[in-house]
Design a protein around this ligand. Structure first.
Ligand SMILES: O=C(CO)COP(=O)(O)O
Length: 271
């Protein structure tokens, strides 16, 4: 089980829903509302396990209005941001705008951004800086494709992505960093990295951060797993001591299923 001491988690687990390009602004409000009801009905303890959603940009204003109006405890953020603050950057969205919309986190370097938009480690480094400048917690996504996995180079590949994105950033700046390990071959495919794979990489990431910064810093960083997470497999995945939560795609689009994932402690089968 994700590391605990005296019944408390060492790091507050984060269950995050990446909606990708799904849900228009009307659907978004309905989904967040239903999610909040479902979590309330289940008696969810938000202080113990954090719940975030990452809707498309066009949904954020509606989500903000709902969350603020109903004082919901669900956090939200964007799926990307520009590395620039403002200016002639057609189609881009700045961290300042996101902060003004009440976002507290932002996904950076999702494999679909790296692949579809050719985002480089250098650009992701600039995006992390932009996020930090606007007090947004960067949720940095890393992970290998199938070829790299088959070649047995998944750990070195993923740690190189981490180094590239964190270049020149201090432990102080990165105090709230979240890293999401998402093996590309397990995204949307129904293929799940085994709990051992998730733990292997989460612990490699933590050890690498300890080496790069300090043990103390590394012990505070939350490392999530993402890739075909569902209510039926989340408990096994979170069994790894270094796995501090999940970044959920498809299964975050259904309120009841996502709420079940967030309340994973209630569904633990004792073996
Ligand atoms: O990419 C993902 C989350 O960012 C994972 O997506 P799925 O949960 O749909 O596999």
């Amino acid at each position: 089980m994700t590391a605990q001491k005296d019944g408390q988690f060492v790091r507050r687990p984060l269950i995050a829903g990446n909606w990708k390009m799904n849900m228009d602004h009307m659907q978004a409000v309905a989904l967040v509302q239903k999610l909040a009801w479902t979590l309330d009905d289940a008696g969810h303890d938000y202080d113990r396990v954090q719940v975030s959603v990452f809707p498309p940009f066009t949904d954020l204003r509606g989500v903000q209005t709902l969350v603020a109006g109903d004082r919901l405890r669900i956090d939200y953020g964007a799926q990307d941001l520009s590395d620039k603050d403002s200016g002639a950057y057609t189609g881009d969205i700045s961290g300042r705008f996101l902060q003004r919309l009440g976002c507290t986190q932002v996904l950076i370097g999702h494999s679909e951004r790296r692949e579809v938009h050719g985002e480089s480690d250098g650009l992701l480094n600039a995006k992390i800086r932009a996020a930090l400048a606007h007090e947004l917690v960067p949720v940095l996504c890393v992970g290998e494709g199938l070829q790299v996995r088959n070649a047995g180079e998944h750990v070195s590949h993923t740690l190189a992505q981490l180094d590239g994105a964190l270049e020149g950033l201090s432990a102080e700046e990165l105090a709230e960093l979240v890293v999401a390990y998402e093996p590309v071959w397990a995204i949307g495919t129904g293929e799940v990295a085994g709990p051992e794979d998730a733990q292997e990489m989460a612990s490699a990431i933590r050890a690498h951060l300890a080496q790069r910064y300090s043990e103390e810093f590394a012990a505070g960083v939350r490392v999530l797993y993402g890739g075909s997470v569902k209510s039926s497999n989340v408990a096994a995945i979170l069994r790894g001591a270094d796995v501090d939560g999940a970044l959920v795609g498809g299964a975050s689009l259904e309120a009841e299923e996502f709420a079940k994932i967030a309340t994973f402690e209630k569904h633990l089968v004792t073996e």
